[in-house]
Write a protein that binds this ligand. Sequence first.
Ligand SMILES: Cc1ncc(C[n+]2csc(CCOP(=O)(O)OP(=O)(O)O)c2C)c(N)n1
Ligand SMILES: [Mg+2]
Length: 279
Amino acid sequence: MTDHGFKINGLISISEFATCIRKHCVRMTNRANASHIGSSLSIVDFLAVLYGKILRVDPNRPDWPDRDRFVLSKGHGCAALYAILAEYGFFPLSWLDTYYLDGSRLAGHATHSIPGVEVSTGSLGHGLPIATGMALAAKRDGKPYRIYCLLSDGECDAGSTWESILFAPQHKLDNLVAIVDYNKIQSLGRVKEVIDLDPFPEKWQAFRWAVREINGHDFDAIEKALSEIPYERDKPSCIIAHTVKGKGISFMEDDLLWHYKAPLGEDFNRALAELDGRK
Ligand SMILES: Cc1ncc(C[n+]2csc(CCOP(=O)(O)OP(=O)(O)O)c2C)c(N)n1
Ligand SMILES: [Mg+2]
């Protein structure tokens, strides 16, 4: 992939940046003895491209009125978002050391008092309804910014999610982008066993969204999908990103256990060694 113009804190490619974010996630969840490492790892690649190449935001002015909005509906995956925001200078990197600890600003679910975090989330099924309202407000105010909402496959079991999927095309919200982190696993079982979503793209299309399916770990595919929005005039866009829960650490990949388990002891050392390429 071409990484022209991408440079952050000495890292020169999106893939280096994503590895750096994965290391933060492992260290943060280790220190806090906290869960959701698998949920964070599945969205790192998408977020790295979104923040690295697409999103119009300003770390020095997080409340810039014309900024693009990013809503992390699956708020339990916030370790990845916090790490990216810290690397971009929204707040000091040292705050990451306090993740999920008692009294910390960096609560274990996305919290809007943190610079760069738009909405507090974690109670699943709320992000897309809020993002839809933001998109409607932007249209009514004649504002050019976009609203990107990243939701989990588990959230596609929630009625509130489908209410907004129904609502957005009615109001021609082509400034709204829903991204589904389709990692095929929830907290206690596989999506297919809990509530099968198939045929998934067809459902969004039937609700009048313009839909693309991509590999959510392919940097080029992510960038292409994001740079071609809106896919159709007057329609909201949906990106179904096929991902792997726990992506990047071999023994966590596609394993339900790592929804709740924290990387401690030898698991922690192995995880960091893999990310360092030491194995
Ligand atoms: C309304 C609500 N019900 C239950 C939970 C508990 N919970 C936390 S994560 C999760 C499911 C995780 O699976 P998924 O939504 O697919 O997200 P992933 O971790 O795979 O990204 C659940 C049920 C919650 N956070 N909110
Ligand atoms: Mg899931």
